[in-house]
Design a binder for this molecule. Sequence first.
Ligand code: AMP
Ligand code: FES
Ligand code: ZN
Length: 292
Amino acid sequence: MRQHKLGLCKTHFLEWLPQQTERFITKYKMFSRADKVLVAVSGGKDSLALWDILNEAGYQADGLYIGLGIEGEQNYSERSLRFSQRFAEARGLKLHTVDIQREYGSSIPEIAERTPKGDEKPCAVCGVSKRNIMNRVARQHGYDVLATGHNLDDEAAVLFSNTMHWLGNYLQRQSPVLEAAHPGLVRKVKPLFRFYERETAAYALLRGIDYIYEECPFSVGAKSIYYKEILNRMEADRPGAKLIFYLSFLRARETGLFAEPQRTTGELSTCPNCGQPTASPDLCAFCRMVAA
Ligand code: AMP
Ligand code: FES
Ligand code: ZN
């Protein structure tokens, strides 16, 4: 790991990564062992590695898998569900599952078809839907916090994109810990945000975690992948570049680079259909899409 000037054998790597995770959970005040954690699992390496680490460390962590109804050549959603289920069964863990098609009548690609611009790439529709459902399930079952498997490569790519377009609102809010800004919202955390993708992949492999290798078929040609490639090139020349980019951003914001967030909780209203908080005065973005 040139970025840390550190080289570890299997045994020590498998001690190091969970210890670091624990350190970050404490340092960024994510949650404690008294909290009920809901881990959003996609069947991929990051989220399953996260669930594994939290479970091994004695946290109360259940899983949530959202079936998006994405087929592709490999039957992507079906297969990722099976990886998530097998992981849970092998460890006796509780996995909540929500099948969008069954519960809302249409799959993500179908909802996207009916959404302006959604027919090109369903990813935006997918993101809105996942956020709505993750929050709903976490609230319904009384979880204190929702954890996702986002790693440093993910976060640095999003930061790159947000900076590229100077999206002030997004830059204000991009964070490893997102406090619940409304009673209807659950706290969100990303305990793996300081790990390189290579590190979470190594952890999953060394722990023998079976995960889905394929990416979502719609991710081909995505902007985020382009930004990841650029950052990887910088990283190759300057080990640690991604970490510096992201951590310096957090520090700069903490010391007042950006103004205080303008958004107050009073501006959120309640969606008359799903009952979740929304910035729009009537149906939330998700319910509007489903109803279209
Ligand atoms: P992605 O948006 O695919 O980069 O995934 C980021 C994180 O969102 C993952 O690490 C998971 O924690 C969560 N996630 C992605 N897809 C799903 C899904 N289908 N069901 C539940 N959680 C998911
Ligand atoms: Fe949502 Fe690909 S469009 S995972
Ligand atoms: Zn709604």
